[in-house]
Design a protein around this ligand. Sequence first.
Ligand SMILES: [Zn+2]
Ligand SMILES: [Zn+2]
Length: 205
Amino acid sequence: MASNATEQCGCKVGKTIHRYELSDLETKLVTYWTSDGDDQRSTRQLASLLNRRVLESALTSAGVLLKEGEVENTYRLLTDDDVSSGERVQVRNELERDGVDIEQVESDFVSHQTVYNHLTTCLEAQLETPTDQERLEKSADKLGALQNRTSAVTRDTIATLERNGIVDIGTFTVDLSLTVTCEECFEEYTIAELLERQMCACDAE
Ligand SMILES: [Zn+2]
Ligand SMILES: [Zn+2]
């Protein structure tokens, strides 16, 4: 198995793969990323794949007997935005009781950007053109950052005017709601909804 393993690189992905003995992932990450069939995975999916393997390895080393779907579920509880902080604290406490150094494990989790750098810099892998999935993720990131910036600038501007006595308002919040409307059917979508469904309802059938 180790015979065709790529030489270990110094980046976080390389170190993590080495530390958790996941050498089969060395080649799999590139294969998945560059594949143009159903196997194709985005760097975000690959980061999640690698992180779940890290978690699985840590749980196994701690002697936890894994039930079907447990790694996926635990990983979701640790990372998903929809999980409440109470739920997260509970799962982290359980892991610690099981003897898992969850702080170490979490600090070994990699981001999709780190995976991207590993693939393109360490392994010099290349994608001819970004996949639809990569484009969607990149666009979502870009528009998300833009909206955050708009909210922040708005908040600061109002606060400055308020401080100077030009605008009079109590404690305030800024809410930005940006929608895209299809002029064929007048259906309205948030950016997230539209990127998720990738087509308007009127084109769906
Ligand atoms: Zn690397
Ligand atoms: Zn429409």
